[in-house]
Design a protein around this ligand. Structure first.
Ligand SMILES: Cc1cc2nc3c(=O)[nH]c(=O)nc-3n(C[C@H](O)[C@H](O)[C@H](O)COP(=O)(O)OP(=O)(O)OC[C@H]3O[C@@H](n4cnc5c(N)ncnc54)[C@H](O)[C@@H]3O)c2cc1C
Length: 383
């Protein structure tokens, strides 16, 4: 027998689950959110001070309408909590002209009439002298790009969810879910809960709940490092935007100096793929910043020798095409999934929460999410 009955249970309260819990609670549903760890934990994917946000999405122009809605909902969240969560300090992308990043930004900005400044090598050197770039590189600058205060965003979603009567239980791992008639029973060491629908937003642990649809997911350890410049003012946000450099040795990105610990720099992807969160080394190793130091030596020499007082590990949950999995589970439409955010999902958390809530409530989703459907990786034999 279940201890309590809910309209919907959200499994996993990182960025996506907290946003979904908030939207579901705002819709007037009786919501239970279950999280295996304590609030503000750093074992998933939604921590580490900042996340980049941008509109002219090189990855696929289909994301642009989602991003427009995401921006609107981030500002709505700021209004609800009375805090600034999204800082529009600009975003600069740099690569050689035929690189998929530049070509993708051109395609997205043309299709959706977005304001992007394309910069020659000379213009880059004049405006962004902190970057030491080869002559073959060009840039794309988006004024509306910037960053989100990731930890505060998650806390804000949870605060508004609670204010709207959602029950959020931490240190409550879900051990199994099963159909009971038309409802779903969710088991935890603290008790059993029954709901008409379940939302799976379990990040790196999502595959545990997705059956065959979860087989396509893999995980990748990532580390982010803060470098303290000798002259911090040279990296303040009036001079340095969020930046991404598609370089020979990989894809690197960084933020202006907005943290007391320094300038946050990381490499996107570039690590081995594994399948279990338990395979992810949590400790920071001395060699973890080696690739970054090579990059800094070459491209940001003023940061190359600086001391790195802080580093964090984080996990990417990857789908094979690096696009998200959002929609009902093919074998059970009462289970709605937001997973596989592939290292670029946080900026969408506000709109993903709204979409997951609309799917739970059987409301129309007025945005194209077909390209994110869960069925795309299933063979006929899996269905
Ligand atoms: C280093 C790094 C940098 C990134 N940079 C950017 C960026 O600049 N811009 C951007 O848009 N995106 C970025 N991303 C990606 C983005 O952060 C993620 O896509 C997003 O945070 C994923 O959120 P999530 O809610 O799916 O997962 P998570 O935040 O991991 O949340 C899942 C939650 O589910 C809980 N859970 C799992 N299993 C259970 C269970 N059985 N019972 C109860 N709870 C459970 C977990 O404990 C966790 O809290 C970055 C990611 C990393 C790692």
């Amino acid at each position: 027998m279940a201890d309590s009955i809910y309209d919907v249970i959200v499994i996993g309260l990182g960025g996506m689950g907290s946003s979904a819990a908030m939207q579901l609670a705002l819709s007037g549903l009786k919501v239970l959110g279950l999280e295996q760890f304590e609030p503000n934990h750093e074992l998933g994917s939604s921590h580490g001070k900042t996340r980049a946000i941008r509109l002219a999405y090189y990855e696929n122009p289909n994301y642009v309408p989602l991003l427009k809605r995401a921006y609107h909902l981030w500002h709505d969240l700021e209004w609800r909590v009375g805090e600034t969560l999204l800082e529009e300090c600009g975003c600069l992308s740099v690569a050689y002209p035929n690189h998929e990043v530049i070509q993708g930004i051109i395609a997205s900005s043309a299709l959706h009439s977005l304001e992007v400044d394309f910069l020659s090598h000379e213009q880059l050197a004049e405006k962004y002298g902190f970057l030491n770039l080869p002559e073959s590189y060009v840039g794309a600058y988006e004024k509306l790009g910037g960053y989100l205060w990731v930890d505060r965003c998650v806390q804000a979603f949870q605060k508004i969810a609670r204010n709207n009567n959602a029950d959020l239980l931490f240190e409550t791992p879900v051990t199994s879910i099963r159909n009971v008639g038309t409802d779903i029973e969710v088991d935890t060491p603290k008790g059993k809960y029954l709901a008409r629908k379940v939302v799976i937003t379990a990040g790196p642990w999502a595959a545990n709940f997705l059956g065959t649809s979860g087989k396509c997911l893999s995980l990748m350890r990532q580390t982010t490092h803060w470098f303290m410049p000798e002259k911090p003012q040279d990296f303040f946000r009036d001079k340095v935007p969020v930046f991404m450099v598609a370089d020979q040795e990989g894809f690197f990105y960084g933020f202006p100096m907005v943290d007391p610990e320094g300038v946050k720099i990381a490499r996107h992807y570039g690590q081995v793929e594994v399948h279990q969160p338990s395979e992810i080394m949590r400790k920071i190793l001395p060699e973890d910043d080696a690739a970054l130091r090579v990059f800094l030596n070459r491209r940001i020499p003023t940061l190359a020798k600086s001391h790195s007082p802080l580093a964090k590990t984080c996990i990417y949950t990857l789908s094979p095409d690096r696009h998200f999995l959002v929609g009902p589970l093919p074998e059970n439409p009462n289970i709605i999934v937001g997973a596989g955010f592939s290292g670029h999902g946080f900026k969408f958390a506000s709109v993903v929460g709204e979409i997951l809530s609309q799917l739970v409530c059987n409301q129309p989703v007025n945005l194209n999410i077909e390209f994110l459907n869960l069925g795309r990786f299933l063979n006929d034999s899996d269905r």
